[in-house]
Design a binder for this molecule. Sequence first.
Ligand code: ZN
Ligand code: ZN
Length: 169
Amino acid sequence: MAEHRRPSWDDYFLQMAKLAASRATCPRRRVGAVLVRDHRVLATGYNGSVKGGPHCDDVGCLIVEQNGRPSCIRTVHAELNAILQCAVNGISSADSTLYCTDFPCTGCAKALVQAGVREVVFLSEYPDANSGIILRDGGIALFKAIPGDGEDTYRLVQVDIRGAKTQKA
Ligand SMILES: [Zn+2]
Ligand SMILES: [Zn+2]
């Protein structure tokens, strides 16, 4: 029998984020997020329709052009859903860490800063250059999870976001 390998906290929560992503309802991107403080799960989220709304998987996406590229606007994003679950349940999200499968978009980045999230650990990049600047300016430390030697193991590399803090109109 193979020796049991106990996952690290980071590997454990990244696996949970991937599991949450499997519940997503938009075929364009399936994202999962887990909000954690002191090694305890506060909330989880995945991108899905509003309560009672039809799923993209069933009726197709609701596409509009955003930032010059087509985006599906039907779903509430995973990161925002995790924060909103805290709000519904009356749980503070202050000083928490978010583990997510994809780097947050600009809208989620703003919500994460306002919700008091301190760290974001992500697996995949997301094509949104501005969200990193918002997260950095909001004091959130960013860590990319790089695949490690073993299956489902990762090592975290801190990401340094560059770019102008402010831009005059
Ligand atoms: Zn969709
Ligand atoms: Zn988002």
